[in-house]
Ligand binder design. Sequence first.
Ligand code: GLN
Length: 309
Amino acid sequence: QSIHAPDNLKPLLEKILQQALSVNEGKVADYIPALAEVNPEYCALTVATLDGNVTSVGDTTTPFSIQSISKIFGLMLAMERLGDPLWDRVQMEPSGQPFNSIVQLEWEKGIPRNPMINAGAILVSDVLVSHYSASKSALLSMVRSLCGSDNVCVDSRVHESEREHGSRNSALAYLMKSFGNIESDVEEVLDHYFWQCALTMTTEDLARSLAFLANRGVCPRTGAQITSHRDAQRVNALLSTSGMYDQSGQFAFTVGLPAKSGVGGGIIAIVPDYGVICAWSPPLNAFGNSARSMFMIRELANKLGLSVY
Ligand code: GLN
């Protein structure tokens, strides 16, 4: 595999960012005012390699709402706390449905298809609320120490409006409760879920924070074993099959990297044994994935030959 040295990377990232700016597909998420007001012109691309180099172009120091990318952090904590019994309560199958779909959840008796769709992440939030005395601070301190930055915080306006406009997520949670798959108080579980969706980070912080998934579970910055090699592989497998919702197949076909998107417009892609790519631009396609972020990651992966397949 020939991967460009970081020295050659910046001009390539610049070129891809310029091309991405002419991608005019998509629409900024508007289900909450705090996201609808974000400037659609923001565009950023970061590559963090395992040797500690971070190469960035565009708006890479502007924090944005990471939304569903937070599902990875929640899952890491739940896997650590619960171990294999977690997989009795959430499956590991692609859903083939939109991220907030409710239909399968009834067919499958309250067991979500995977932890990367909303139902699965709400189930994971239940595990955190039930097994941590302070689930929010456990999550926040994990994320801060992973990226080595205290700038990671929660946008309280986004958190509030997630709650106000969260009927669909409430329905998912109460349906799971009716099947006995939620242990804690549903409102507390939802509050944790809405809170984690409201985490704000820059592309640089996000890329750094997920480097352990490209490094067999070890944080390259501190040398700490965040998770086992096996669990890092398992999370990457889930990201490959479900991280881009029902566009995951197309993403695997055209890019070939484990990845996760959020409705804030961010996408992270894991390049095993190399590093992490993080792209951000708010306008979303019909699947809820950022059109420009997908374009940038696809171009970069194809130019550098990064597909894992
Ligand atoms: N807050 C969003 C929701 O719950 C997160 C979804 C996403 O980023 N895809 O609907």
